[in-house]
Every structure is written in structure tokens, then in C-alpha cells.
Write a new protein. Structure first.
Lengths: 56, 530
């Protein structure tokens, strides 16, 4: 079980990650059309979902 | 081929992300971010092998979801911030006490605060704040805790869709793609019986049939004023104030009618406590109310033709390309998707109002050192869960829509429900709001699904989109998240079932009324509902 303090920190991390994923998804799939950046964006989104699952 | 084939296996697979979302929130009691994240991951996992999407499609759909989430969340952040700042400066107490003094009958006070004031707060902020403010105010005036909580919950249900500066309304409009000039007035008109019925429900909770009879004429008159103004605001292109302005005029009407023979007064009431720690006495009502007054004024000015035209191209928006999945589902390109227009979106207007009000409050010597920063911290903590929840749920919803899953679900429901769909439709909205605690989230999850179902059944899609949001608006007031807030603020934590029982009866009746209204309309006025 995660402590309340750890969960609180992870919630802030999830917020930062969702913003990062937005930038990576848009850049990768639309602006740069770069598969690596797109994959990275999807990976960060996935990590955000997992952190949200753990922290909220 | 127009997308994935409708068969039992595909339909069950397409329903899995929604089923996961509903199941985990209802039965596992997961929070919105937790359930939303899991549902997005499942939708992602299904989109690639089953529904013919590739990683680019998933990325584009997810980014579109985040654009849409930003559009809605910017309203959430700014409106909650404005409320918190006014509250930190003791303005909310002043506004609430002034409202209470407008009536000298307990039932009239209940209607004024639970039906009028709570709805006004919903109009300008929302997210549980109406209950958090109105219920303690009712307690302060001597109402029973269960009644205070239930009345505050049921009383503001009509104001949720156009409330929070129109965030839920804008969501259903964006998700379904209907023009605001079409769906806005249509939805507002459909809300009219619900506005009046909400007032009747508050009276019923307060004193049963006796109080319903005592206040019926007043509720019908005040409700008609509120409903007419809601339609007018929607028609004028100002949906962001289509709850707050009617609520203000509703309160004035109630206050005036309590002084006429149209309302039979019964008991004496407790005067609200005016004591304050400030040696200068309480802040004036007009200074406390200034941010909301400015917001209403700016919202109206922003709709004036020349002003609107002059700034229409100043916006924050992204373009998204179209694509076609391997299953043949075509998604059109979207230019300026979910735009945040500088003078036609509530968030910038709210911040301008906050800035001007802060200057006026400081000039009047009522500013408190550190209030702005404290309000930022409070707003951040209050909206963090909503931010993640809305973001992940909207990502899931747009991903499902852009890979053909939503259309497939709609076709399945259409085949199963047939002509009684208008009766079922608002309960789908209620379900979404109940499980997510949000009219906005419900509209994101089910808005497009409902419209596609209506189209498949050849039933008026504008009416169905409207009653989705009406069902969600009213239904959001019985969401566990809101009931928990209500129980906490009236001192009934752990006894939520008492409040829940009272609220459920009223909410189910209001949602059933919405379904009957829709069924009559799509049957008798078919062309108007399209």
C-alpha cells in the first residue's frame, strides 16, 4: 500500500505527465509525423494511466 | 465498408471500456482518474487488433481528447478559482446572507437558497460547490441536516448543464457537432418543465404535499421566469450564463412573490447571523457580487455582433488530420478543434472579471494579503482529481468514437430498444453522471452514442442529445461524489443513505419526466426534434 504522502506526490506527477503526453502525441503523430515520438507519447499516456490508477 | 461489422462479438468488445468504467466506479468504487485511465488503456488495447486502428490513429484520437479536455477544464479551473477567491475575501458569506434576508418564510427561504442560490452558484462554478455553500447556509437558518442536503442537491439539478459557465453544454455541443444556435435553445426549452419540477421537488422534500400546495403558484411563476430566461440566454448565444442569470431572476421573483397573496406564509424564521471578525463590518453585497456581475456583463458584451466579429479569430486551437482505419471507419479532418476563443469562451472572461474585481476590492480596502495565492492552492487541490479524471475519460471517449466503437454500440442499442428509446435515453445520461459525478463526463461518454443511436432509429437526434444532457444534469445530483460532499458539510458523514434516499426519489421522477417529454415530442413534433 502506498502512503498518503506518496500518493499526493504521484498525483502531481500524473498531472505533469498528462501535459507531456499531450505535447508528444501531437508532435509525434501530426507535426513531426515521427513514429518514435508518437510511441513515446503513447507510452507516457500509458504511464499516466497507471500512475492515476495507483494514486487516486 | 463504413466501419467495424455489427455482430455480437464486436458489440461486446466495443462495450468493454464503458463496462469497465461503469463497473469499476459503481461496484469497485474507483475514482474517476483511476477508472478513466484503466478504460483508456483497454480502449487502446482493443483499438489496435480488433477495430483496425494503428498507433497514429490512437495518438491523434487521444490528443483530440486532451484538446477537448483542455477546453472544458479551463472553465473548471477559472470558475473554481473565482469562487475560492471571493470566498477567501468573505464575499460568499455576504452573498448568501443577503439572499436569506430576502424571504421571511421557511419554505420561501428553502426555495430561495436551494433552488435559486444553489443554482446561481452552479451557474458560475459547480463541481459540488453549490451543495457545499447552500447546505450549510440552510443549516445556519435552522433547517434539518437531511433536508438541507437533499434540497440543495435536488434544487440545483436543472442548472448543471448550462452551469459551470456552460462547460457541460459546450461538451455535448462539441461531441455531437450540433450548431449552438440549434441545440442551445432546443435544450433550454426541454429544460422548462424540469426547472419547475425541481422547485416542486424542493418544496416536497421540505414539507411534503402540504408545502407543494402552499408554494405551487409561486414555483410555477418563478420557474416560468427562470425557464424563459434560460431559453432567452441560449437564443442570444450566451449559454455560459443560461443558469446564473435565470437563477438571479428566480430569486428576485421568489422574494417578490412571498410578499403577495400568491404565497401563504406560515412560520417565523431565524435571521441570519451578521457577525464578522472585521471591525469595518461585512463587505457590501455589491462589492462581493462584483466578479459575477462583471462576468455576466462581459458575457453579454462578448455576444454583440461587432465585438464578436472583431475577436473571433483570436483563439487557442489545434488542427487535426482525418484518417481511415483498416476496418474502413472514416474520421474527418478537424480544423480549429475545440477552440478557446479569447472573448467567446468563459475562461478568459472569468479571468478578466477576477482581475477587475480584485482591483475594485483592493481600492475599497477589502483585499486580504495572500488571498489570491491561497485561492490558487485551494483550486489546484480541488480540481486535480477532476483534471485527471476528465482528461483520461475524454481520451477514452474520443478514442472509442474515432475507431468506430461508439457507432457500433449505438447500432446495437438501437436494434434492442426500438421506439421506446426516448424513455431510456435520459437514464443513460443519468447513469453516466451517476458513475462519474459529472454532467460533462456523461456527455463525453454517451453524447455521441446517444445521437448515433437516435440516427439509427430515425428519431430526432437534437432532442436525444438534449435529453442526454438533461438526464445527466439532474442525475449528477445523486452521484455518490456529490452526496458525500453534502453529507460532509451538513455533519452527516457516514449517514449518506438518509440523504441518498430522499434525493433518489426526486431525481428518478425528474428524469422519468424528461423521458416522457421526449417521447411526446419525437412522436408529435417529429420535424422539430431533428
Amino acid at each position: 500500500m502506498l502512503s498518503t504522502a506518496t500518493k499526493k506526490k504521484m498525483r502531481n506527477v500524473a498531472l505533469v505527465l498528462i501535459l507531456v503526453s499531450f505535447a508528444l502525441l501531437y508532435l509525434g503523430a501530426i507535426t513531426l509525423e515521427n513514429d518514435i515520438v508518437t510511441a513515446l507519447g503513447l507510452a507516457v499516456s500509458g504511464v499516466t494511466a497507471v500512475i492515476s490508477w495507483l494514486a487516486f | 465498408m463504413l466501419g467495424p461489422e455489427l455482430n455480437v462479438v464486436n458489440w461486446i468488445l466495443a462495450s468493454l471500456p464503458v463496462a469497465l468504467l461503469i463497473g469499476t466506479i459503481l461496484w469497485r468504487k474507483w475514482s474517476a482518474p483511476r477508472a478513466g485511465g484503466a478504460a483508456w488503456l483497454l480502449a487502446f488495447a482493443l483499438a489496435l487488433p480488433v477495430f483496425g486502428a494503428n498507433t497514429d490513429h490512437v495518438a491523434i484520437a487521444s490528443a483530440k481528447g486532451l484538446s477537448l479536455a483542455l477546453f472544458v477544464l479551463s472553465i473548471v479551473w477559472t470558475s473554481v478559482y473565482m469562487f475560492n477567491l471571493v470566498d477567501k475575501l468573505d464575499g460568499i458569506k455576504v452573498i448568501g446572507r443577503t439572499m436569506a434576508k430576502l424571504a421571511d418564510d421557511r419554505l420561501a427561504q428553502a426555495l430561495l437558497i436551494a433552488w435559486g442560490f444553489a443554482s446561481f452558484i452552479q451557474g458560475v462554478t459547480g463541481f459540488g460547490v453549490p451543495v457545499a455553500v447552500a447546505a450549510p447556509l440552510l443549516i445556519m437558518l435552522g433547517f434539518k441536516p437531511v433536508h438541507a442536503a437533499a434540497m440543495a442537491l435536488v434544487g440545483h439539478g436543472w442548472a448543471v448543464t448550462f452551469g459551470s459557465m456552460g462547460s457541460s453544454y459546450y461538451t455535448i455541443q462539441l461531441v455531437t457537432g450540433f450548431d449552438g444556435d440549434v441545440i442551445g435553445p432546443h435544450m433550454a426549452l426541454l429544460f422548462a418543465p424540469i426547472v419547475i419540477a425541481s422547485g416542486i421537488a424542493v418544496a416536497a422534500i421540505h414539507g411534503g404535499l402540504h408545502d407543494v400546495r402552499r408554494s405551487l403558484v409561486m414555483v410555477i411563476i418563478a420557474g416560468s421566469v427562470m425557464a424563459s430566461l434560460q431559453v432567452l440566454m441560449a437564443r442570444l448565444g450566451a449559454p455560459q450564463i443560461a443558469s446564473s442569470v435565470p437563477a438571479i431572476f428566480g430569486m428576485v421573483t421568489i422574494a417578490l412573490l412571498t410578499r403577495t397573496p400568491l404565497f401563504s406564509k406560515e412560520e417565523g424564521v431565524t435571521s441570519p447571523d451578521d457577525t464578522t471578525d472585521d471591525a469595518r463590518g461585512p463587505m457590501s453585497f455589491w462589492l462581493a457580487f462584483l466578479p459575477y456581475l462583471l462576468l455576466i456583463t462581459l458575457s453579454v458584451i462578448s455576444q454583440i455582433g461587432p465585438v464578436k466579429d472583431a475577436v473571433k479569430d483570436i483563439m487557442l486551437a489545434l488542427d487535426y488530420p482525418g484518417f481511415e482505419t483498416a476496418e474502413g471507419f472514416v474520421v474527418a479532418a478537424a480544423r480549429d478543434y475545440a477552440p478557446i476563443r479569447i472573448l467567446n469562451h468563459p475562461a478568459p472572461l472569468i479571468m478578466i472579471s477576477v482581475l477587475l474585481s480584485a482591483l475594485a476590492i483592493a481600492k475599497a480596502g477589502r483585499w486580504k494579503q495572500g488571498a489570491a495565492l491561497e485561492a490558487v492552492k485551494l483550486t489546484y487541490n480541488q480540481t486535480l482529481s477532476t483534471t485527471l479524471g476528465v482528461s483520461l475519460m475524454v481520451m477514452m471517449a474520443v478514442l472509442m468514437a474515432d475507431t468506430g466503437m461508439t457507432v457500433l454500440l449505438a447500432q446495437g442499442i438501437a436494434n434492442a430498444s426500438g421506439p421506446v428509446f426516448p424513455l431510456v435515453s435520459p437514464f443513460i445520461g443519468l447513469l453516466g453522471a451517476f458513475m462519474s459525478g459529472s454532467n460533462t463526463n456523461s456527455n463525453v461518454m454517451f453524447g455521441l452514442l446517444q445521437v448515433e443511436t437516435a440516427r439509427a432509429l430515425d428519431i430526432g437526434p437534437v432532442t436525444i442529445a438534449s435529453i442526454q444532457s438533461i438526464g445527466a444534469s439532474v442525475g449528477s445530483t445523486m452521484a455518490p461524489t456529490k452526496v458525500l460532499v453534502a453529507a460532509a458539510v451538513v455533519g452527516l458523514a457516514g449517514q449518506e443513505d438518509q440523504i441518498f434516499r430522499k434525493v433518489t426519489v426526486a431525481v428518478l421522477a425528474l428524469v422519468a419526466l424528461t423521458g416522457v417529454e421526449a417521447l411526446i415530442l419525437v412522436t408529435l413534433f417529429e420535424n422539430w426534434t431533428r
